[in-house]
Design a protein around this ligand. Structure first.
Ligand SMILES: CC(=O)SCCNC(=O)CCNC(=O)[C@H](O)C(C)(C)COP(=O)(O)OP(=O)(O)OC[C@H]1O[C@@H](n2cnc3c(N)ncnc32)[C@H](O)[C@@H]1OP(=O)(O)O
Ligand SMILES: CC(C)C(=O)C(=O)O
Length: 500
């Protein structure tokens, strides 16, 4: 949480940190580094609040080597069941000379003094040699031996600027553990940054070489290009138990929920192709893969989607998909083909459509097999008026007027926000019984006058329908998308009723 928050733009309030701390505890992480209490009164209060509520994980606070930082950290974590102080100082020639303006001897002295002071507050003290990735090995051995003697129980080796390569980083751990006389009295830890995209690989190399703590962040957040992604480190160790000499205690079924919470709080959304928690991490688009997965999941999946919190894997349909996936999806929508010829003809038309359209939705498939062109579907419902009010301290309200088959009807409803109130007002008129499965807004261009494009997915009777609407006002765009979806649902239902 501490380094994750160092992502530019990801600063978190006390309430945000509490929500994330609860999620991390549910995930069963061993240590939550909650913040840097000396950095501000607000962060001090956040760390203290986290220390007060977390019971099952250690709660750690970061501090520079100065007395004031250590004392502030100690005060913040005092309420914790298992408090840890993490103190650090830079050890690379560049940092010592240019940033700290200290000699190596002064750095060792400051480190030892800080660890001893921290030990007066807790017997769980971590020491980090900042920029260890560019530090001299002999100096690292010297300072680590000294701080272990002073009482440090965890020795962290940060690749602060993400400069190392996996083999090299692993070698460093091997060298340190073998050459520091008292290395057996501390747990060695890796803290890797992702400047070269190697944070996870370097962390894993460190574990192979003897590290037993990995400092990581959900979704790989952190200073600059971020830290090692927690979910990737955890699943690599869990999935390759044949190679790792240790396991992790994390309850992986909460990984996705935790990732979503962190994304929602920080506003840093996860890219679709992100390992483990990206939307496409368990989605198969191409025919050969889909066929394999349908026959035996393991052909193209090394992990189970359910084990990291997804409901299931997904077979998406597009121009690269094959007959088996197409047939399976049609069957799940309730269509069984009467003959091979009928199936071949439907598949031919599916491919034709897929060449034109990037994503194929369920209603496109319905249209294919029922010969109806949903894009031309009659608009039985028309949005002719709407008003939405949102005032601070008042419940949002919306009034919507629709013309349905020529007859105008209006309704007013309240909701959790203007969009929710609008959807409720529409439902008060049409009473469709459909479930809202997805709502997303995207701005088509930048600027506050940009058009908002809203996508809505409604599901009914096992069929999902996607509608969209755009407007410079996102509440109106939302109403248009919902009505568009309802028209598609009605068209599909009418077709089904007509037995087409
Ligand atoms: C690698 C990492 O991620 S380390 C963690 C980084 N996180 C942060 O910096 C977030 C919190 N930081 C802050 O809020 C502020 O930087 C503070 C409160 C810590 C310090 O603020 P300021 O007193 O205004 O100092 P400023 O940030 O300008 O400079 C840092 C000072 O700390 C010193 N310093 C840096 N690391 C250490 C250390 N480990 N031990 C002792 N002093 C240190 C620097 O040399 C510099 O000292 P100087 O002012 O004598 O030149
Ligand atoms: C304080 C240390 C562990 C750190 O964040 C870094 O070196 O990147």
């Amino acid at each position: 949480m501490r380094d994750g928050e160092q992502s530019p733009g990801a600063a978190m309030s006390r309430e945000d940190k509490l929500r994330i701390a609860r999620a991390l505890e549910r995930l069963k992480v061993d240590v939550i580094e909650a913040g840097f209490p000396a950095s501000s009164p607000g962060d001090f209060a956040s760390v203290k609040a986290v220390a007060e509520i977390v019971k099952d994980s250690r709660v750690c606070a970061l501090a520079r080597t100065g007395d004031a930082d250590i004392d502030r950290a100690a005060e913040a974590i005092k309420p914790a069941v298992a408090p840890r102080i993490h103190t650090f100082i830079a050890t690379s020639p560049l940092h010592m000379e240019k940033k700290l303006r200290m000699t190596p001897d002064q750095v060792v002295e400051a480190a030892v003094r800080a660890v001893k002071r921290a030990r007066q507050y807790t017997d769980d003290v971590e020491f980090s040699a900042e920029d260890a990735g560019r530090s001299e090995m002999e100096f690292l051995c010297r300072i680590f031996e000294a701080v272990i003697d002073a009482g440090a129980t965890t020795i962290n080796v940060p690749d602060t600027v993400g400069y190392n390569l996996p083999q090299q980083f692993g070698e460093k751990f091997r060298y340190l553990i073998e050459n520091i006389p008292n290395s057996d009295k501390a747990i060695f830890s890796a803290h890797c940054h992702n400047d070269l995209g190697l944070a996870v690989a370097n962390s894993l190399a460190a574990v192979m070489a003897g590290a037993r703590q990995v400092e990581c962040a959900v979704n790989g957040l952190g200073e600059r290009a971020g830290n090692a992604a927690l979910e990737e480190v955890v699943m690599a160790v869990r999935t390759r138990q044949d190679l790792f000499p240790c396991d992790v205690g994390v309850d992986t079924r909460h990984l996705l929920a935790c990732s979503k919470l962190v994304a929602a709080i920080t506003g840093f959304h996860v890219q679709p192709n992100k390992a483990i928690v990206g939307l496409n991490a368990f989605a198969h688009e191409s025919g050969i893969h889909q066929d394999g997965v349908l026959k035996s999941r393991e052909t193209y999946e090394i992990m189970r989607a359910q084990d990291v919190g997804w409901q299931d894997n997904r077979l998406t349909l597009g121009k690269l998909s094959g007959r088996n996936a197409f047939k399976q999806r049609m069957s799940s929508l309730g269509f069984e083909f009467a003959s091979q010829e009928e199936m071949a003809e439907a598949f031919r038309r599916f491919k034709e459509l897929a060449d034109k359209k990037r994503e194929i939705f369920d209603e496109d498939l319905m249209a294919l097999v029922t010969d109806m062109d949903l894009s031309q579907a009659n608009e039985r419902i028309k949005l002719v008026g709407m008003k939405a009010c949102a005032e601070i301290g008042e419940t949002p309200q919306a009034t919507v007027s629709l013309v349905i088959d020529g007859e105008e009807r209006s309704a007013t409803a309240e909701g959790d926000g203007s969009v929710d109130a609008t959807f409720k007002a529409i439902e008060a008129i049409v009473n469709s019984g459909a479930q809202l499965q997805l709502y997303s807004v995207q701005s088509i261009t930048s600027g506050t006058d940009a058009q908002g494009e809203v996508s809505v997915r409604l599901a009914r009777d096992g069929m999902a329908v996607n509608g969209s609407g755009s407007d410079t006002d996102i509440v109106i765009a939302s109403a248009k998308a919902y009505v568009n979806c309802l028209n598609l649902v009605l068209a599909a239902r009418a077709h089904a009723a007509a037995g087409v």
